[in-house]
Design a protein around this ligand. Structure first.
Ligand code: GLC
Length: 443
């Protein structure tokens, strides 16, 4: 239902734009996000010490809460180099980053005035580890996203503790809940005042209703601080964009704004025992699918308790960086591509829709096929490499406007080691043949 309203509002916005030339406010606010395509998610907290599931390990009873908390002694941030983190993220081609300021277990990375369960008062690091990262992110001119878990499972005033133990129900102890609301909203005020993030990434909203969280009020409070701040949808729908998790959408999501958050292996936080990393090739392939469908990829890393980033993760980011840098014109500021019937692979379009980018995996047997493209092609070249490519049209008959099939010759020596990208310059805005039936009958 929410989604339908969303789409209707979006379409209304589009027609307003067509009639008046005025770009709706939401579109203006979302523009950097739409253009950014790639973000890096960071899960860093107590769980990074033992290398166990973030918060869920005690919630689900794999470890006691007491033992979980012992990780504070190992969270020393000894090798933490926030500038190097920000540089690594920047060089991956990401335009924004989202860091866990506080996960469901409630441990805050900054010096929160609310309680003492934070990196300064309650960890071997004995310092605020969020502020230096925020500063480094700003220095690298990346957009800053802050992940904030609404639930706070360690706090005695919060309803949920573990899977088998709920402290109380809101309706039974409304005063107690009020106290918690003050804490969480106070922390959000701190984050806004200290860091003025460009984006908030909420999580855990499923534990309470929008009314209980006071979601509309929280949204307003954050917008009052920064009218341009973007909120993800996990504030009981009072956000700006959808967050599919782990599963790459197969069909194009209806929402105009979405971001796939995905781990590199199978864990959000650092886990020594999880070496099941996706290959750089696979990450790039998924990224191309995401942007082809108009979304962003928020790719996760999990630094260790000492602040070092595991090599496998560094290598994936570096591999991604080489590829995104070479192909930047086909990535940033582009829009979703054409339907898959026309090209069996990911595609993007320049904003003016006059350049079509084709993402080609492997050598495509030396030939790339484009179907049902009505435009004439001005030029085809290999992105980031420059070679002009030849093409030939097959199946075009003079008495029909059916456009025939275009075959692009792809020599081996122009291939990228991960994924080759071709720019197809058209004689105008992309124009696709979408008619039903056979050629003769459509005439
Ligand atoms: C889930 C999990 C959480 C993780 C998040 C990232 O909601 O609860 O542990 O941080 O996904 O998207």
């Amino acid at each position: 239902m929410g989604r339908v309203v969303y789409v209707i509002l979006f379409l209304m916005g589009m027609s307003l734009q067509a009639q008046t030339g005025i770009v709706p406010e939401k579109e203006l606010k979302m523009q950097w996000f739409k253009d950014a395509k790639l973000g890096v998610f960071i899960h860093w907290g107590l769980y990074s010490v033992n290398g166990i599931d973030e918060s869920w390990s005690f919630y689900n009873g794999y470890i006691s809460h007491k033992d979980y908390l012992k990780q504070t002694k190992g969270f020393n941030a000894k090798k933490y180099d926030p500038k190097a983190w920000a540089k690594l993220i920047k060089n991956s081609g990401a335009k924004y980053t989202v860091i866990t300021s506080k996960h469901h277990e409630g441990f805050a990375l900054w010096d929160s005035a609310y309680g003492d369960f934070n990196a300064v008062d309650n960890s071997a690091a004995k310092k605020d580890v969020l502020t230096p990262f925020v500063n480094a992110v700003r220095e690298e001119k990346l957009k800053l996203g802050i992940y904030y878990s609404l639930p706070d499972w360690s706090y005695g005033g919060y309803t949920h503790f573990t899977r088998d133990s709920i402290r109380y129900k809101v309706e039974e102890e409304p005063q107690r809940w009020q106290k918690f609301l003050k804490l969480y909203q106070g922390q959000l005020r701190e984050l806004s005042e200290n860091y003025n993030p460009d984006l908030y990434w909420f999580d855990g909203d499923w534990e309470h209703s929008s009314d209980e969280w006071e979601a509309p009020k929280v949204r307003q409070m954050l917008l009052d601080k920064n009218p341009n701040v973007i909120l993800n949808s996990r504030l009981r729908g009072h956000g700006d964009y959808e967050t599919p998790e782990q599963g790459m959408p197969i069909t194009r999501p209806k929402s105009p704004y979405w971001e796939l958050c995905m781990t590199m292996n199978n864990s959000w936080g650092y886990q020594k025992n999880d070496s099941d990393y996706k290959t750089t090739d696979q990450v790039i392939g998924i990224f191309a699918d995401v942007i082809s469908n108009g979304g962003n990829l928020l790719l996760d890393i999990g630094p260790k308790g000492d602040g070092s980033i595991p090599n496998e993760q560094v290598e994936i980011l570096q591999g991604l960086g080489r590829w995104t840098n070479k192909h930047k014109e086909a990535i940033y500021g582009t829009i979703a591509g054409i339907p898959k019937e026309h090209f069996y692979g990911p595609t993007t379009l320049s904003k003016d829709k006059k350049t079509l980018y084709l993402f080609v995996k492997g050598n495509a047997n030396g030939e790339v096929v484009l179907r049902g493209l009505k435009n004439n092609i001005n030029r085809i070249y290999v992105v980031g490499e420059g070679t002009k490519l030849k093409h030939r049209e097959v199946g075009k008959v003079y008495w029909s406007h059916y456009p025939g099939i275009k075959y692009i010759e792809l020599p081996e020596y122009v291939l990228d080691k991960n994924m080759t990208v071709l720019a197809v310059m058209l004689d105008g805005e992309v124009d696709l043949y979408r008619e039903d039936g056979s050629v003769i009958e459509s005439n």
